[in-house]
Design a protein around this ligand. Structure first.
Ligand code: PMP
Length: 402
């Protein structure tokens, strides 16, 4: 086997030595605040199921109906024979929810980023990304072959400098101006802080660049109609490309891009992760459509109110206990520990105390910035937050903390 196994084992040993080894641990039961791991009940503080919809009876009923009407598999890619009515309904629902002309669904948020960025940019173009954007955007940027420039996290002055440099570029042979696409998240997935979207919009308009905003962790949560942070900041109609996922607050799986009709038509014609991939399952589309209905209903309002109440309670308790967390409103509360091994020890100690918050390490975050990414859901009860705080206090007494 020409040393195949030996080489891989050596590589795995290096991950272990650096505290970066990862393994899958099966959970029993549906996604919820209560799960079981290796037969032991644990309280889950690590899910992106922010509104507690992933195991909601109405979503499950919608899935059961979809299974009955559309079966389990979509059969082919959307452009062959997989474009089912249920996909079109979901896309119409996303577009009207977000207040834009059109939307397109992908089998994951990762595929949405890959498809959209690859469709919009080529080797003569420029992509400008925040230092902390999600891996799907980084990979999409690399695959697009566009020139990649990275601005310091949420640093609009740094972004301005890059855009000034981009203004001076031409596309070589054709002499035309390159396309310049700025990409940021609205709520950052591992830090829970917010992008300065208003300032970014001002700058991008001054330089004639385009903006793509990934609302993965904001869809269903922010803004009067829960469309996302762009709605809350009143600038959604000035963003060329809006992206989001269906697997977080919407309790299903998949991703979407929305915006103008021309954008969606272009993606149908050019987004490779859309064209060359089997259409999302009828079940996931049905669940997402039902989630959108709930998000826009009185129940959605109640769930959001409860979520923000629990977030406030948790933040106040963490601040009282001496943890440093972002000041902005977000269900993502990073407990930054620093060293990878320390984060792993804190996570295992918490698990022994019945609390599930896996350690997040390089390459998901920078080396030396390992953390426990604590997330709050509308489904957490006040007593469960108290249990979490009790467990964190016990870890502190053992010297395990930030
Ligand atoms: N963008 C962000 C900010 C994310 O956090 C994630 C998922 N972790 C994705 C994109 C990818 O979405 P999906 O999980 O649906 O592939």
């Amino acid at each position: 086997m020409s040393g195949f196994e030996d080489q891989l084992q050596e590589q795995l040993a290096r991950f272990r030595d650096a505290g970066l080894y990862r393994e899958l641990r099966p959970l029993d039961g549906a996604q919820s605040t209560h799960v079981a791991m290796a037969g032991k009940p644990v309280l889950n503080f690590s899910s992106n199921d922010y509104l507690g919809l992933a195991n909601h009876p109405a979503l499950k009923e919608a899935v059961a109906r979809a299974l009955h009407d559309f079966g389990t598999g979509s059969g082919a890619s959307r452009l062959i024979c997989g474009s089912l009515r249920i996909h079109h309904e979901l896309e119409q629902n996303i577009a009207s929810f977000k207040g834009v002309p059109a939307a397109l669904c992908f089998s994951s948020g990762y595929a949405a980023a890959l498809g959209a960025i690859g469709a919009l940019l080529g080797k003569n173009d420029i992509i400008v990304i925040d230092k902390l954007v999600h891996a799907s955007i980084v990979d999409a940027a690399r695959l697009s072959a566009a020139k990649i420039r990275v601005f310091a996290h949420n640093d609009v002055d740094d972004l301005k400098k890059i855009l000034q440099w981009a203004d001076s570029r031409s596309t070589g042979q054709t002499g035309g101006r390159p396309r310049v696409l700025i990409v940021t998240e609205s709520v950052f997935s591992m830090d829970g802080d917010l992008a300065p979207l208003r300032e970014i919009i001002e700058v991008k308009e001054r330089h004639g660049a385009w903006l793509m905003v990934d609302e993965a962790h904001a869809t269903g949560l922010f803004g009067e109609r829960a469309r996302g942070l762009a709605e809350a900041f009143g600038i959604a109609d000035r963003i060329e490309v809006q992206m989001g996922t269906l697997g977080k607050a919407l309790g299903s799986a998949g991703g979407y891009i929305c915006g103008s009709r021309a954008l969606i038509e272009l993606l149908v014609n050019r987004a490779r992760s859309f064209i060359f991939s089997t259409a999302p399952t009828p079940a996931s589309s049905a669940a997402a459509t039902e989630a959108l209905r709930i998000v826009q209903s009185a129940e959605g309002q109640e769930r959001r109110a409860l979520l923000w109440q629990r977030v406030d309670e948790t933040k106040n308790a963490l601040i009282r206990a001496g943890w440093r967390i972002p000041v902005v409103q977000s269900p993502i509360l990073p407990l930054v520990v620093g060293q990878e091994a320390s984060a792993v020890s804190l996570a295992s100690e918490l698990l022994a105390l019945g609390i599930l918050i896996p350690a997040i390490r390089y390459p998901t975050v920078a080396r030396g910035a390992a953390r426990l990414r604590l997330t709050i859901s509308a489904s957490h009860a006040a007593e469960e937050i108290a249990q979490l705080m009790g467990a964190l206090a016990q870890c502190r007494t053992k010297g395990l903390s930030a």
